[in-house]
Ligand binder design. Structure first.
Ligand SMILES: [Zn+2]
Length: 339
């Protein structure tokens, strides 16, 4: 059962840990410590800021660590709880999954109080942190496996009021693209649990890979701050794309299975179009080359729908069934809110 000595009801700034029992060969009574910051100044919303849901996605971890150092109670209107590296053992190992239990944090919800370490962390969020939060911000990137057009994204939740609030907060990240996505790879996701509890949930895919350009760090950090201002938890002037002299965000959605292109066989993947570029239905977007039979023509990866290449597989070496590309269709705000 996860423990913390942090007092979430106390005003001011506290730095502490979530502690998760983890008994191993050289630490029979050991705990995993997960750094956590709470900054509270009374009236206003409670926002939970999470990085490192997947350990190898460092954009959000860096943004949350910086913010945790910078925030003072005087700048906060409400309460901001920051956990920069939610799957802390995975963040230390540069892996997507926890090296302690092999679990994917983003498939572990609602979690179990006496389960594996990852499951215990999930359970603490489900039963303690989500119920006290109005807003949950979960910052992802493609990690080592995918490269995304840096975007804020969301699920198309059924509740119209919740959807409208999430849509406005997603746009407040001020990324060039906004992306509505579907879960084609399992259940137990952190945002779904928070959405089911009625929270305003903001998620992102801030690029990907192990080499993160400076502009992606800037977008991650400015977007996080602007969303906190937008939801009323942080003092400051909200920026919009218009106030930044930028065109409106490109709204996209990939809600159907055929939008997610999977490798038909194992081999070496080559992308054939630019990330963020427009794709026609029937267009070849990539190839799977055959290492053992270079004389064989590569398999073509063909777009089943028209849209934008919103994400692509990062490593070239590919197994059958790996997601190699996602084509997101352009959509209007009216369609999103009316669908
Ligand atoms: Zn992730």
């Amino acid at each position: 059962m996860t423990f913390t000595s942090l007092d979430f009801d106390r005003l001011g700034k506290q730095q502490g840990f979530l502690q998760v029992p983890y008994s191993h060969n050289l630490g029979g009574w050991a705990n995993v410590f997960i750094p956590t910051t709470v900054v509270a100044r009374g009236k206003g919303p409670t926002v939970l800021v999470l990085g490192g849901n997947h350990g190898d996605e460092y954009q959000g971890q860096i943004a949350a660590m910086k913010l945790a150092r910078e925030l003072t109670p005087a700048t906060v209107t409400g309460r901001i709880i920051l956990i920069p590296s939610l799957n802390f053992p995975a963040a230390r190992a540069a892996t997507r999954l926890s090296p302690l239990d092999g679990m994917n944090m983003n498939r572990a919800f609602p979690g179990q109080p006496e389960g594996a370490v990852t499951s215990q962390i999930a359970h603490f969020l489900t039963t303690v942190l989500f119920p006290m939060s109005d807003v949950v911000i979960d910052i992802h990137s493609g990690g080592r496996s995918m490269e995304f057009v840096p975007c804020a994204h969301m699920h198309l939740v059924a509740d119209r009021d919740q959807r409208a609030r999430m849509f406005a907060a997603m746009l407040a990240w001020n990324s060039d693209f906004a992306f509505l996505y579907a879960d084609i790879a399992g259940t137990g996701l952190l945002p779904v649990e928070a959405e089911n509890q009625g929270k305003l949930v903001v998620t992102t895919e801030m690029g990907g890979g192990e080499c993160i350009p400076a502009d992606v760090h800037r977008l991650t950090q400015s977007g996080l701050r602007n969303v906190l201002i937008h939801v009323g938890a942080l003092k400051g002037r909200e920026q919009t794309r218009a106030s930044l002299d930028l065109p409106p965000a490109v709204l996209t959605q990939a809600l159907n299975r055929e939008d997610y292109l999977l490798a038909p066989e194992s081999g070496v993947f080559e992308i054939a179009v630019d990330l963020g570029g427009k794709v026609k239905r029937g267009q070849t977007v990539g190839f799977i080359h055959h290492l053992e039979r270079p004389d064989r023509a590569p398999d073509s990866i063909v777009a089943q729908t028209a849209g934008y290449l919103i994400t692509m597989r990062a490593p070239c070496l590919t197994q059958q069934g790996d997601c190699v590309a996602v084509i997101a269709q352009g959509v209007s705000a009216k369609e999103v809110m009316g669908a």
